[in-house]
Design a protein around this ligand. Structure first.
Ligand code: AMP
Ligand code: ZN
Length: 489
């Protein structure tokens, strides 16, 4: 029943729309994944955790979901206007290692961080380099349909030609005339008929590290193409939900729509969802400006911005207190407030099994439970859900103090739904649940050895232990009372 009431805000129409899946077999959800050339920062995590919430709620509603989140391991250039080096190749050159070593290192980091935040893995996690053939086929189709042209071994999408048949700029609300007058003529872009055109395939120079043969010569795919190729392959030419951060609306997602229309004649996605930015000091958290905080720094407390470390579940709870379409500013004060709220929530939940049931309830339990669904059905409003859960906590505490009553049946319902919304949907877990008995014992030993190293000022050993633990997803937190640890295992 609740399945039929979900409203999703569509970035394309600017309205909340009743969610109606395309087919009965599965809901197709595609989320642009990270470009794996450095550690994911907390801003990236906000976007991925927001879509984890979407995925979890769809599952809770009983939908079968095919969740595809890609790994960008080639083609994302330093400059979004198709210029500059490939981000991964540049890092590989600087570190003098193979590009695939960079890809491996940061994919592992990404997975560890996602596990720490208790994010569910996607159903399929395809990589761009494993889908070169599909990308080449897609380019061939776009050329055949007359919307792309080849110059010196590179292929460009012809935006002006496309705009004669399909409106370009719909998603980002940009008009083509404004875009044309606003673009710079960049050096080295003289191959393009128009500066708005974007690369589908780029010719590779001899020293270029990641390249493949194609009908147009040796080269590599353009960044926007991979998501079109992989979403089509796994979800079909038309699928339900496509997500990413707001900064991907233009040019990335605008170009995906253009590629979809140019190859199949129809727009590829029913609901475009975009998350707003996590900010730090009021500015977007971003790799390129260095205004970032890494998840491991936040957990360990090792950053000058922080007074102490925070458990990943507190960080996740902090993120759930803003709607995904609102900006969220990171401050230590906000994290401390979230820590208190999280503890209050967990304390109340632990009281549930011990509450005494009465003959009847003194308040409307069904309405309270209904309010959880109403919040999430309103475009996945986690902050409204949290507010409604706190209303439930108020009642739990009053029942515990014998100031309100609850019937046995209502208590069963309330316990079941609170557990579902807090653990399955918000994706929180009790802090003490992390790790298991054996792991705790091993960790006690490892931390003791590390403490000895620190006492003898053997900093390299102490750092080595910390870094090796990080590699397997265990974060060490140094505090006033010694070291503690947390893990996504
Ligand atoms: P990237 O690896 O840079 O392509 O980014 C991965 C995802 O994180 C994309 O969906 C971005 O839109 C998103 N993202 C980047 N910075 C932020 C931020 N400060 N807040 C929220 N999401 C972000
Ligand atoms: Zn993408």
């Amino acid at each position: 029943m609740e399945k039929n009431k979900l409203q999703i805000y569509s970035s394309l129409t600017g309205k909340k729309e009743l969610f109606s899946p395309i087919n009965k077999n599965f809901v197709g959800l595609y989320v642009c994944g990270p470009t794996v050339y450095s550690n994911v920062h907390l801003g990236n995590c906000r976007t991925f955790i927001s879509f984890d919430l979407v995925y979890r709620y769809l599952l809770h509603l009983g939908f079968k979901v095919r969740y595809v989140r890609n790994i960008t391991d080639v083609g994302h250039l330093v400059d979004d206007a198709d210029e500059g080096e490939d981000k991964i190749a540049k890092k590989a050159r600087l570190e003098q290692i193979e590009p695939m070593e960079i890809v491996q290192k940061y994919t592992v980091d990404f997975h560890n961080v996602m596990a720490l935040f208790n994010s569910l893995p996607p159903s399929i996690e395809p990589t761009a380099t494993a889908h070169i053939l599909e990308q080449i086929e897609l380019i061939k189709q776009i050329i055949e349909n007359g919307f792309a042209y080849e110059v010196n071994g590179s292929v460009y999408f012809d935006v002006l030609k496309y705009n004669e048949s399909f409106p370009y700029g719909q998603l980002s609300g940009r008009k083509i005339e404004d875009l044309i007058s606003g673009t710079r003529d960049l050096d080295g872009q003289e191959e393009k008929r128009n500066s708005l055109d974007f690369a589908l395939w780029k010719n590779a120079s001899a020293e270029h590290l990641m390249k493949w043969p194609s009908p147009w010569g040796i080269g590599f795919p353009g960044w926007h193409l991979e998501c079109s190729a992989m979403s089509t392959k796994y979800l079909g030419e038309l699928f339900d939900i496509h997500g990413g951060g707001m900064d991907l609306k233009f040019p990335h997602h605008e170009c995906e729509i253009a590629q979809g229309c140019a190859s199949t004649g129809k727009s590829p996605v029913n609901y475009w969802m975009h998350t707003n930015m996590l900010t730090l000091n009021g500015k977007k958290m971003s790799k390129s400006t260095g205004n970032t905080l890494l998840p491991l720094e936040l957990i360990s407390g090792e950053n000058d911005l922080l007074e102490k470390g925070f458990d990943p579940m507190v960080v996740r709870f902090f993120m759930m207190q803003a709607h995904y379409r609102s900006t969220l500013d990171f401050t230590t004060e906000a994290l401390i407030a979230s820590e208190k709220g999280f503890q209050k929530l967990m304390e109340a939940i632990s009281k549930l099994p011990n509450l005494n049931a009465s003959n009847e309830s003194s308040f409307d339990v069904k309405k309270l439970v209904e309010s959880f669904y109403e919040a999430m059905n309103d475009d996945f409003s986690a902050p409204s859900l949290v507010a409604n859960l706190f209303e439930a906590i108020r009642y739990i505490n009053l029942i515990s103090d014998d100031k309100e009553t609850i019937s046995k049946q209502d208590l069963t319902l309330l316990s079941k739904e609170i557990n579902a919304f807090v653990f399955d949907i918000l994706g929180l877990k009790k802090i003490q649940e992390q790790g298991n008995g054996k792991l705790s014992k091993v960790m006690d030993l490892v931390l003791e050895i590390r403490q000895e190293a620190r006492e003898t000022k053997n900093w390299s050993m102490s750092d080595l232990i910390r870094d090796k633990l990080n590699e397997v997803g265990i974060v060490v937190k140094d505090g006033k009372d010694g070291a503690d640890w947390t893990s996504g295992l």
